[in-house]
Design a protein around this ligand. Structure first.
Ligand code: ZN
Length: 134
């Protein structure tokens, strides 16, 4: 049930185009995908750093989760995502260990991943995502 690696780091940005240009300079690598996740009200842009990705998140609506986050806390790191082999199993394991889940069932995230969030109340204030490729 141990995570295999950090799948991505999610970063809330106000202006995706400007943030893409910044990260292209910072990482020396082009953004390889831009994708809108309609039910999360976000537009995402991805970069690869070794096995880990940087996921830039721009809100498409002020009342979406990223819009609210930026209003409260400003731009910056939004969540950490760990890759697991068996997401439903990992969620059961976390719940049995007393973790509070935001998503009791896996749902579809960007890049065709199955994802689920743990509540930051039970993860020391860090919004934590678990994800798997199946
Ligand atoms: Zn994510």
């Amino acid at each position: 049930m141990k995570p295999t690696h950090i799948e991505h780091i999610g970063i809330a940005v106000k202006d995706l185009k400007a943030a893409i240009a910044l990260y292209e300079r910072l990482l020396g690598t082009p953004c390889y995908a831009v994708e809108e996740v309609v039910d999360q009200k976000v537009r995402t842009a991805f970069f690869k750093v070794g096995e880990t990705k940087i996921e830039l998140l721009e809100s498409t609506a002020p009342d979406g989760p990223i819009g609210k986050f930026i209003e409260k806390k400003g731009e910056g790191i939004h969540h950490l995502a760990f890759a697991v082999d068996d997401l439903p199993g990992a969620l059961r394991h976390m719940q049995e260990g007393g973790m509070q889940l935001i998503d009791a069932q896996p749902r579809k995230g960007a890049e065709g991943l199955q994802i689920a969030f743990l509540h930051p109340k039970s993860t020391g204030g860090v919004l934590t995502e678990l994800c798997s490729h199946h």
